[in-house]
Design a protein. Sequence first.
Length: 320
Amino acid sequence: MSKKLTVMVSSTVYGVEELLDRVVQRVPAPVGEANAPARAMIFDSVYDTYRGVVTYVRVVDGELNHRERIRMMSTRATHELLEVGVKLKPYVANTSLILNNALDDGKTVLFEGGQATMLDIDYGTYPYVTASHPISGGVGIGAGVAPQKIDKVVGIVKAYCTRVGEGPFPTEQLNAIGDKIREEGHEYGVVTGRPRRTGWLDACVVRYAGILSGIDYMAVTRLDILDSFDEIKMCTGYKYQGKLLNEIPASLKVLAEVEPVYETFPGWKTDITKVRKYEDLPENAKKYLTRMAEVTGIGLGIVSVGPNRDETIVIAKDIF
């Protein structure tokens, strides 16, 4: 069955996209400067950021003057930002030098990529992406640390799939299964509270992420969310117009229309949150994890059976 691709990019409406747009346009953004030019530049940024919000306010409250509301909101926000800027100014430094000095001194530095691979602005499902680079290459861009200084890459992989906002999601479950995953995993946006889209694990996406980021190990999280399922599915390929695809297609249209090829695994039907050793996991859980490693070509490094630190099973001893 053909799926319609609708362009609707999700956003937290916090102005991050507008700020990054300013960066690309090379508009300077001084921190803590109280002079008139700086104030004017901040005002311009705030004006643009709040313009969409004010447009919405105007629709729901026709009695408010559009320009006056923009002026009020922008003026208030400008003063707030200037006050914050003064407090933050002492902490503004060349973080690239700080990080590189720490690495040269033999210290351990951990970088975290926010969002996920398929939301990478260049290699994700554009235009349904974030405004940055969550892949490991983003460390060089975002932190100013050379690639050869990264000695280990760990890919965080949920035992199932989720997505916020629009965009292709071949394994999405618009049914009771998807609802169950969402409720069991409390899959709602932290910032927006929006329900996340949910579905079975897409091993093709994980393999793609492994290629892009050079992932050494997977850290499989939320395995316990699948405890009560009778059977569990994993997408290991796609079908498109009668052909089998083993990798992510270059065309967004094709990705939106593919049919996932599933392998089905019997559930383990037991509470695994008390398990602390990999060998003590139920056999069906280990079969699922083993197959995940085989299909993705990425070794198992960590398996999480709950949200707490002591519910993290470390398998690869050289991961840290």
